[in-house]
Ligand binder design. Sequence first.
Ligand SMILES: Cc1ncc(COP(=O)(O)O)c(C=O)c1O
Length: 363
Amino acid sequence: MDIPPFRYMAWAKAHSSRGRFPLHASGIPAESLESLGLDGAAVRLSRPNPPPPDPEVAAAVAARYGVPVECVMPACGTHHANYMLARVLAGPGTTVLCEEPNYEALPGVFRAVGARVLPFRRRREEAWRLPIPVIRRGVEAGAKVVVTTDLHNPSGARLLPDDLAALDGIGRDLGAWILVDEVYRDFLPPPFGTSFHPGGPFLATSSVTKVYGLGGLRIGWALAAPEIVDRMRDLNDYLVVNLPAPSASVALAAWERLPGIAARNRAHGLSNLRIVREWVRGRGDVLWSEPEAGISGFLEVPALRGKDDVAWVEGLFEETGVGVVPGTMFFEPGSLRVSWGMDEGRLREGLALLGGALDRLRG
Ligand SMILES: Cc1ncc(COP(=O)(O)O)c(C=O)c1O
């Protein structure tokens, strides 16, 4: 079975420490033990692990969302949760519908288990709303899983209640699962929410990576029907078995602080969003559908149409020290994903340099 190369991950790793102005970094800068108010005693090298695995993490996740603990599968990050779900739900002969533009791992994990993945397009002109009739037709034609994100990577758009209700209807009427990757969702105002509800067609995945600056812990989870969680556990006994004890112990020690960290980062995101909004309004050469929350948006750049955006971004890094992600990485060439999780000073300077480069692009 082919494992499709994850081109964007290779690009992101190669560029992770490049650029003085990291407008390509989609997360909040990393926390440390000190910034969390913890010391080395929080880090444990072993933990009891009775079955079912990682009961404390599962209980903490269940309490945060108000769902039964049987519906929680702890995982080493959203990626691991998505992969396990793909392996449990799909395989050769399964058709999966996945949004596009997309975070490449989402179609990637389903392709890696042998499923056929068909894209449905989300469009800036439609504020990145889901094309519900297209999804319904795809499921009527036999797709078993629909994959989307909330907030959408790369545009930052949230899933609207009407679209969620329509997906719920499609899943229930036609017997399909709806997988929502919610790794950016906690940028929305509290309380913590999820599209997962016991007994319904939704499955959700998330982690402490993007909103919390704790990606290095690799702690995440899936919310799913108990029978799916059981199969993920069986699968995970061949994979990582239990969460790494140091990571799980630090995540649990920091757990009570997560709402405060999210509130701070949410406010920071909104404050920087105002700066990006002004910058976009001041330019006639980029188009976007402004996100409500979060730290990323997707700019269409008409002057980049038909050009090699990957090469253009490489030149931007070299000449200005500004990083952005070329739209090609999300299967939408001619666009740029811009993120604003950094401090205000560097954001302003980075946008000014990006503006200069766009001026030169237009000639
Ligand atoms: C949509 C989406 N899901 C998952 C991830 C990775 O999350 P984690 O660190 O929890 O595996 C990313 C990272 O960019 C992402 O954009």
